[in-house]
Design a protein around this ligand. Structure first.
Ligand SMILES: Cc1ncc(COP(=O)(O)O)c(C=O)c1O
Length: 282
């Protein structure tokens, strides 16, 4: 696979970064993950706005111009990924400087890394639903920034794997916030409940699109702090995310959600979301 690193397109195994890149010593950077359908970056503008916001919040002095599109086009060409459903990743770091916590006094050039890889939806999870577990939300208080420092998410994701689960849901002060790489929605009486857009969650592009689609389709949405003890009352649950789209959850911590089957509103929303993907990409 050919990747992009700091201005060059090179084989993945030849892509090197300096030990002084602040991403390496401090995880000092922001990232985005995009989905490519039919060779188009889904919700490009929304991702670009979120990426710029993450950089601004981290005070990384860089204005994103056309690099997301330009690097994508080149990676598609050099890797021969025409007509392949892909995941596209890009991160931007504060650049290189000898290790010291505060920002370098002289502005350094940002580091940019990007790759494009074939990735299709996990159809089995999408159709049959998944099991998830809950874990304490011990992340920092700026989960709204898409920062490359993801160790708390990695630890939680590993707990999910060790419990034969496809995802872990974070719980902060008794409230379910989101997954390690997804947002989470619940359904009660055909109405959708999800955590509000605060510093405790990443404002998912998929989440936001879905909530807009709910409103357009007359489905009531509550951006509401759902506590763990309320889970037993929920009829349905699903994850939203760039690579998951809407993936149904059928058990949480070993207990069935509703009947333990993929819910009817979840199926309806999967269809509505697919229509949006098709409208946007084809
Ligand atoms: C912590 C977290 N929450 C939610 C999401 C879902 O966001 P999106 O729908 O933009 O992929 C992600 C995606 O990477 C994430 O890392």
């Amino acid at each position: 696979m050919i990747v992009f690193i700091d201005g060059e397109y090179v084989k993945e195994e030849d892509a090197k970064v300096s030990v002084n890149d602040r991403a390496y010593v401090f995880a000092d950077g922001a990232y985005e993950g995009f989905r490519v359908y039919n060779e188009k970056i889904f919700k490009y503008e929304e991702h670009k706005i979120r990426f710029q916001r993450s950089l601004d919040e981290l005070r990384i002095d860089h204005v994103i111009n056309n690099e997301i599109q330009d690097i994508y086009e080149e990676l598609k060409k050099v890797n021969n990924y025409e007509n392949v459903e892909c995941f596209y990743y890009m991160h931007i770091t504060r650049g290189q400087s000898p290790r010291a916590h505060a920002f370098p006094s002289k502005k350094s050039k940002v580091g940019i890394y990007a790759f494009l890889m074939p990735k299709a939806l996990n159809i089995r999870n999408y159709e049959e639903g998944i099991s998830v577990c809950t874990v304490p939300d011990n992340r920092w208080a700026r989960c709204d920034i898409k920062c490359i420092s993801l160790i708390a998410n990695c630890l939680a994701s590993q707990i999910a794997v060790e419990n034969d689960c496809a995802e872990a849901l974070f719980v902060h002060d008794g409230v379910i916030t989101e997954g390690t790489k997804t947002n989470v929605c619940f359904v009660k009486n055909n109405e959708v409940y999800t955590h509000a857009k605060t510093n405790r969650i990443l404002a998912g592009v998929t989440r936001n699109s879905l909530l807009e689609l709910c409103v357009k389709n007359g489905i009531t949405v509550h951006e509401f702090p759902l506590t763990l003890d309320k889970l037993k009352d929920m009829d349905e649950a699903f994850l939203t995310g760039t690579t998951e789209e809407l993936t149904p959850i059928i058990t949480i911590d070993g207990k069935k959600v509703g009947s333990g089957e993929v819910g009817s509103l979840t199926k309806k929303l999967q269809k509505i979301f697919k229509e949006e993907v098709n409208r946007y990409s084809y």
